[in-house]
Design a protein around this ligand. Sequence first.
Ligand code: SF4
Length: 448
Amino acid sequence: MNVYLETYGCQMNVSDSEVVRAVLANAGYSLSSVIDEADVVLLNTCAIRENAYRKIYGRLDTLRPLRKKMQTERGRFVVGLLGCMAQNMKEAMFRHPVVNLVVGPDNYRALPELISKVSKTGQKKAQREIDADLSEYETYQGIDPKRFDGVNAWVTVMRGCDNFCTFCVVPYTRGRERSRSLDDVLCEVRALAAQGFRQVTLLGQNVNSYHAKGVSFADLITAVADVPGVERVRFTSPHPKDFPESLLEAIAVHPNICNHIHLPLQSGSDRILELMNRTYTQDEFIRLAKKIRRMIPDVTLTTDIIVGFPTETEADHQDTLTTMQSVEFDSAYIFKYSERKGTIASKKFPDDVKAEVKTRRIVQLFDAQHEISLMRNQSRIGLTLPVLIEGESDKRPGFQMGKSDGNTTVIFPETSHHPGEIIPIEITDVTTATLLGHFLPKPVFITL
Ligand code: SF4
């Protein structure tokens, strides 16, 4: 049978889809990139915001005619929902008439058997199957993910989250924290280096709380950086509470651990941070950011911010703004709060900040961040940065694109170099999100 798989949401889902492909290929399924040829359509979904739900319901609606056609022609057609929305909604997803399979993120090993059950032909009533039990142990050890990208490899090192930020659905859709062993991760990374992957990104919902038999995240990332052939190591997503000095030292000392730290602020107000259960204050966050900039001077700092968390006042919002201005993030993902079913916030705090207030506040934060991002990028004009080429630029024909060590997109006129090569690019111009430059055959690298 042919399986077509679509992935939505974060890098964890991208990585999980690679596991799903491996599980299905090992069981003899073919993977198709053409939906019209598929007997099985799988959507690997996200539950982090309301928008993600709307997108999936919209996509399911578009599958109605295909389902009808395939049922008539072949007598079977499976539409399966995977990922966080599947885990969060469970049987409720069967209310949508095209869905006949629901599988949570810890149950992908069972996919071949479940697909086989729902695709049995000759049944009067369409079969439905669900497997959405959370596991305390599943790390997909022993499964070799089926990857497409030849430059960067996502490597999941831990799953789940124990932090229970009150707005977040992840502890309910991904379960408790569990880490892979150091040996297992290193074995995968060595194989990736041998296959020619130049960059490894260590992934986890709460990646820096990784711990396995006395091995900390700082130990893990150091060991990964020491694997011959690994040119760049990144990690995402961390929590500000788990940044011991040893981790910052590892980043500062190892040239191949990229100087990019994503440090999710969420809010700059102590009152809101407490309601969110973030376990740090504005002052502690700012002090951590300053320490990071002191220890890793050319670090790129990015963040996530939620606007309009329940009860957020104008004063709380101003605290977020001043924190952003004080830290000077290189870029920020800013979202309006949307209530997620099952979270602590949805049970305790009514979503009481008016939509127009959220809009006004988010625009204010966007404007402030644009100014800061532009200023941070302008400070790189004249520098020559090592850039890992990812491919051709989608937006500018005749140009290539790649990533700086700080993970900023760099665009430059086409060279004779190929994806996966790291080449020196002199930065000549910038926008708020992009650095523009040209290849410099004899570079002089200057660090900030
Ligand atoms: S740390 Fe908080 S925001 Fe991040 S996944 Fe865990 S609960 Fe969600």
